[in-house]
Design a binder for this molecule. Sequence first.
Ligand code: C2E
Ligand code: CA
Ligand code: CA
Length: 564
Amino acid sequence: WAEFTHPDDVPPRQELGARMAAGHDSYEEERRYLRPDGSVVWASVHVACVRDEAGEPGYYLAYLQDITERTRMATELAHLALHDTLTGLPNATLLADRLTHALASARRRSAQLGVIFLDVDRFKVINDSYGRVAGDDLLCQVAARLTATIRASDTLARLGGDEFVLVCDDSSGQAAEHTAQRVLAAVRRPYRVGNGEITITVSAGVALADVNATPQGLLRDADDAMHVAKGLGRDRIELFDEALRIAAEQLLSITAALRRALELGEFSVAYQPVIDLTTGAMVSAEALLRWDSPDRGPIGPEQFIPVAEKSGLIIKIGAWVLEQACRQLSRWQRIDPSMTVAVNLSVRQVMAGDIVGQIKGVLTRTQIRPESLYLELTESLFMHGIAHFDTTLADLKDLGVRLSLDDFGTGYSSLSYLSRFPFDAVKIDQAFTRGLGATPHDTALVASIVSMAEARGLTVTAEGVEDQSQLDTLRGMRCDRAQGFYLGRPMPADAITDLLTRSHRWQLAAAPPRAASPPIYEHTPAPAVPTAPAPPPPPYIRAPCTFTRRRPSRDVMRLLRTGE
Ligand code: C2E
Ligand code: CA
Ligand code: CA
């Protein structure tokens, strides 16, 4: 028997033989045998001892049933339950199990343990533009690369979608970051997809186990850190640490305060003038939400709008801004009927369903002409799949309002969205305006956006104009409109009313060098009209800040995910 018993099963069998000799008369078990060709046969074995009249063991009667197929299926099912079908990697269930064990073992050995959370950057865009099949293929290639990059003792799992988790046994913070760096570098090499080649990146968050670590806590911390990495520009690694924990907690408390802010009247709307570059007249104003919290002081929209989006509060807050802006516009139009207003819409508002009804309502209530309302949308809208917005945007368009593509040029396929959806206007992102005249690349880019927009009959506004030379360059390019601190900071509605009342014209031609004083919200006061003294900047107008284009918005928001 021993000759054709699977070597691993020999010792227990001998043990059982000994037990039978000691008087136990039968046993059954499942065990493995070897065929002459070396392949394994699983058998269900029943053995009984047959004794003679004197009660002495005479012989054994063994009954064997080949259960190889049944065992194979059971093994396969067990594997399926614990592995991801697409890549064959361990799934979330198995990950939880492995992580629990790794953590217990690390604790026993006083060893370190690192968890790396990985998320492919902009995978949705790849799926949308190349199709699901290509997306799946790409994920398999990524999985293979990750597997090749890590140590055999590490566990790599796929949580679903484009999320992977790596558990690094015996890993200090430095070692885990090092592993993450190797992973990022491996992922960056180009992939063959279909007939083409594409390049992708991943963002990584690293969390290290401390004495109190739990599997769920570690995963959550690594996930939080990963979202911060995304917010800070993707294709990078962030380590979960105390600062990150504090940031996450702060976000939680902001959410709580935001919930009450609308009722307590802590919001206001500031308006930033948009200037026509041929006439120097203000043709529009962008409504920008301001929050002055009694406990925290003024908080910039970039901090709280992502929070409001995540919690869904933006739907109510956004409706309020819309109402304020339209009411304000109807007052302004009594002074200047050609005045318009621009309102930013969040993805959540557009997805909420009744945006069309809401806009219709506000137009009726305030009696403003639809074409004097610009709705500013960003490309992030299209990250959520395109089909749904086709009809929503067309319905908005039917109401007669204007649609403006905000932050133009920063997204993935700005141009294709422009041809596909009924936009009337584009706003060139301030990141490009900032480079005007200074970097040839940005200058060329702005010039081509302006001429593209002109060819398509779109109104083009350059955002973030901060000095005369940018203004000169834009006028040279025949850009339609400009907006920026140089022309006017966001200001209270009354200040806009005042400018309209005085029919203020901006002096756009280059000022003599000595006059290059920093403007507050008026670039050059109209000399003929006595000018009211510039009001001190109200508290809700933020101090000048460096505006970074890649705002964390949704990404940082997701910091809150596990807290809620
Ligand atoms: P945005 O739509 O791109 O708005 C322009 C932002 O650039 C404003 O920041 C404005 O103050 C700032 N800005 C204007 N000119 C200059 C300049 O010359 N230099 C610099 N460095 N910055 C300039 P703000 O008011 O902090 O708003 C930030 C973002 O928050 C907005 O970006 C918009 O995405 C969002 N936001 C603001 N109000 C609302 C709102 O009512 N609803 C929604 N959904 N989003 C809003
Ligand atoms: Ca905007
Ligand atoms: Ca913008």
